[in-house]
Design a protein around this ligand. Structure first.
Ligand code: N2P
Length: 357
């Protein structure tokens, strides 16, 4: 009996010690659960003052990690090494994450500010009923260019980028869908095309663009454009807005063949440690004043109707960033093309990048 008791005490003590150790480790990594929120976001995609405000109002510490493509974000979340309480993927990736059972259904009762979102951005095909995701920003993909550095050049068509005068001038987004989509559109195909022959044609066309490509970059595109180190960039609309605040000479166009219309929504991954705080954060970001401040800071287009009323006319009245339906109607939203097709897109993009080096 005594032996049994000693063993029991020893096991209890060891368990307590183990728990303390795990807690310490978690705290050291910043994932201490209850009073911490880990946000996985695109780079340059939130006003840090708002994070401070959220921390002050709730006592919750926010840890921010960033990614620069949906694919990179997906891999990290799927591997599960780090647990994120919130992530902000784009629509086709949200659909894929739902399919792969990586997301938690949202409790709409905890997100009363959802009522401020414009109906146009709710209940979209990638997430019917917004069961898993809530709108954050939306936008287009287009060409940002510096007319001062490119006298006489215009960019109405994607094919204008293949102009031999543009040697070493173009910055590309480091994203398979964006770059393959641009090439497919330039050939008159859909950016959701799944015909392997068309995809090979797109790769061949991209290879012809190589001499004009200066670099394939993430958020560095902003500095490079501002410092006139590149004259053209394939960008997401809000990045163009942000750069143009600092250099008004630049212009942003969505080519006539069409382009991508995208939606980035907030989601809660299954591995989240603080689901309660995640809901609090989502609701906070949807508050009209907070969403307006975030929009004024980041430059992307807000899906929040009440926030849209609060932002400056200079921003809300600019059709390059709030394109009217005649324009958005000729744009395409990326579809979730399925595992194999997405791998093929990634593989071809990689082949193009290797060829570039
Ligand atoms: C912000 C990137 C926005 C991503 N730097 C568009 N989906």
């Amino acid at each position: 009996m005594k032996k049994l008791l000693t063993a029991f005490v020893a096991i209890t003590l060891a368990s307590v010690l183990l728990l303390v150790l795990i807690n310490r480790l978690n705290a050291a990594q910043g994932y201490s659960g209850k009073d911490t929120l880990t946000l996985y976001n695109w780079g340059d995609y939130i006003d840090m003052d708002l994070i401070d405000q959220f921390e002050e109002e709730t006592g919750i510490t926010v840890i921010l990690e960033t990614f620069d493509s949906n694919e990179a974000m997906f891999t990290k979340i799927q591997q599960g090494g780090t647990s994120y309480d919130i992530a902000i993927p784009s629509e086709y990736m949200i659909e894929k994450m739902i399919e792969e059972d990586l997301l938690i259904p949202l409790d709409h009762e905890k997100i009363p500010n959802l009522k401020y979102i414009d109906e146009r951005f709710l209940d979209l095909p990638f997430d019917p009923g917004n069961k898993y995701s809530v709108p954050y920003f939306w936008g287009t993909v287009g060409i940002l260019y510096n007319p001062e550095m490119l006298p006489g050049k215009t960019f109405e068509s994607w094919n204008d980028l293949w102009d031999p005068d543009l040697k070493n001038s173009i910055l590309l987004i480091d994203g398979a869908r964006e770059v393959m989509g641009m090439a497919l559109n330039s050939l008159g195909y859909s950016l959701n095309d799944t015909d392997p022959e068309h995809l090979q044609e797109a790769l061949a066309k991209l290879r012809k663009l190589t001499p004009n490509v200066r670099a394939i970059v993430g958020d560095e595109n902003k500095l490079l454009m501002l410092n006139n180190e590149a004259s053209i960039a394939l960008v997401w609309s809000g990045d163009a807005r942000d750069i143009m605040w600092d250099n008004e000479d630049l212009d942003y166009v969505v080519p006539k063949e069409g382009s991508n219309l995208w939606f980035d929504n907030m989601v809660i991954p299954k591995t989240a440690k603080n689901v309660e705080a995640a809901h609090q954060f989502i609701n906070f970001m949807l508050d009209p004043e907070i969403a307006a401040a975030n929009t004024e800071y980041v430059g992307y287009s807000t899906p929040n109707k009440a926030a849209f009323e609060l932002i400056s006319e200079e921003l809300s009245g600019d059709e390059r960033f709030y394109p009217p339906p005649e324009i958005t109607d000729r744009l395409e939203v990326y579809e979730n093309l399925g595992k194999e097709m997405l791998s093929l897109y990634n593989e071809l993009f990689l082949q193009f990048k290797m060829h570039k080096k």
